[in-house]
Design a protein around this ligand. Structure first.
Ligand code: NAP
Length: 260
């Protein structure tokens, strides 16, 4: 027993020699996840729709880690299916996948447009499923891997005016558990991060609405919106050996929102 305890060290959090795919890493939370993983020693395969990735390139270069960039619209299933193969071509392995890219379209439920429902479900759910499947095939060959999905407070709550966002994020939590159950015995850990309310473009509209902003702030025990940097520790933890016995967990990083 003592021998086992002696094995533990802060090196368990190191990602040296690992390769990580992060989708939507050109800005917001995805950029924070990519920089966090690079700071912990991983090389990055950055996926972006816009290709507007110069800032992320500079930030990763500052860590001394390698970064490769790939442009893909995740609403295009053929493009999604290429991502794992392209990462494999560049690095020869996939150790970590962060399914971060996501979209939100707001409208009252009774007039919610069918095409908007399809757009949100395609990016937030279907692409995550397809990319996880492709990456997991590589991870099974390697007999190791980490998949980190990005859930939401709306993986637990209903919200208002964002029905497909809520449906997709509940499904992300469910899929996290489904993948975790089948892959755990292959030494692949699948977990999710559920961010609370974070200052990014995704939340610009609700932060600009004074009433909604005040309602949200008054409900967060921490008393503030989060900065993307508040999520960096969680992604490194879930990508590292330190979380090797975590499977199918949805880790809320929410300033206490769910505890309220
Ligand atoms: P963001 O700043 O708006 O970033 C969204 C990212 O997703 C961007 O990189 C965007 O690329 C990418 N993306 C959107 N549609 C795409 C598509 N069709 N193909 C490829 N990439 C696409 O928002 P964020 O807050 O960082 O959100 C990141 C993730 O966290 C999302 O899954 C979101 O649901 C989740 N989340 C955010 C919060 C929050 O409070 N901010 C809370 C809970 C969960 P482009 O720049 O090219 O559009």
């Amino acid at each position: 027993m003592t021998k086992q305890l002696d094995l533990f060290s802060l090196d368990y959090f190191s990602l040296k020699g690992k390769t990580a795919i992060v989708t939507g890493a050109n800005k917001g939370l995805g950029q924070a996840y990519a920089v966090a993983l690079a700071k912990a020693g991983a090389d990055l395969f950055v996926v972006s729709r816009s290709g507007d990735w110069e800032e992320t390139r500079t930030l990763i270069a500052g860590t001394g880690q390698r970064a490769e960039f790939f442009q893909a619209d995740l609403s295009d299933r053929q493009a999604v299916k290429k991502i794992a193969a392209e990462c494999l071509k560049a690095y020869g392995r996939i150790d970590i996948l962060v399914n971060n890219a996501g979209t939100i379209l707001r409208s009252p439920i009774l007039s919610y447009k069918e095409e908007d429902w399809d757009k949100v479900m395609e990016v937030n759910l279907h692409s995550l499923y397809l990319l996880s499947q492709e990456a997991a095939k590589v991870m099974v060959e390697q007999q190791s891997g980490k998949i980190i999905n990005i859930a939401s407070m709306l993986s637990f709550q209903g919200g208002k005016f964002v029905p497909p966002y809520t449906a997709s994020k509940h499904a992300v939590a469910g899929l996290t558990k489904a993948f975790a159950n089948e892959l755990a015995e292959q030494n692949i850990q699948v977990n999710a991060i559920a961010p609370g309310y974070i200052v990014t473009d995704n939340t610009a509209a609700i932060r600009a609405d004074e009433k909604r902003n005040t309602e949200i702030l008054s409900r967060i025990p921490a008393g503030r919106w989060a900065d993307p940097s508040d999520l960096m520790g969680a992604v490194v933890f879930l990508a590292s050996k330190a979380s090797d016995y975590m499977n199918g967990h949805i880790l809320a990083v929410d300033g206490g929102w769910l505890a309220r």
